[in-house]
Design a protein around this ligand. Structure first.
Ligand SMILES: [Fe+2]
Length: 129
């Protein structure tokens, strides 16, 4: 399977999800959409780096139980992978934080894959200091 290029975000989507579901405003989404849409939190540090947290289940809890869970997630910056977790165990509440060195205005794209409901994506932009 070849990678799919998302023309709305100009990033290369992981081949496992082609195309992912994108919810424009998760706070107004259905419960089904809110349970699956990734959330990106950005915290600028005093030393010029950025803490980026990616989480699924932020807007509404996802079951995360045996038989229904997120099996991988990836965070990209300008289309390049900066963090990826594969083979995530069932029952895990998916969340990770990475300290990164990215310029203001860098576009971040989060991808998450539910074993029953497929791929989901969200975007955010690094703000100016
Ligand atoms: Fe699901």
């Amino acid at each position: 399977m070849s990678p799919y290029t998302d023309t709305t975000t100009t990033t290369t989507v992981p081949a496992e999800i082609t195309p992912p579901t994108h919810v424009e405003n998760p706070t107004e989404a259905t419960a089904y959409e809110a349970k699956h849409t990734p959330h990106i939190d950005i915290e600028l540090t005093d030393k010029g780096t950025t803490f980026v947290t990616m989480q699924v289940g932020y807007y509404e809890s996802h079951p995360n139980e045996l038989g229904h869970f997120f099996d991988w997630m990836e965070l990209q910056a300008q289309g390049q992978s900066i963090a990826r977790f594969s083979g995530m165990p069932a029952a895990l509440s998916p969340r990770f934080t990475a300290e990164v060195n990215l310029a203001p205005e860098t576009k971040l794209t989060a991808y998450a894959h539910c074993n029953l409901h497929g791929g989901w994506t969200a975007t955010a932009v690094i703000p100016a200091q």
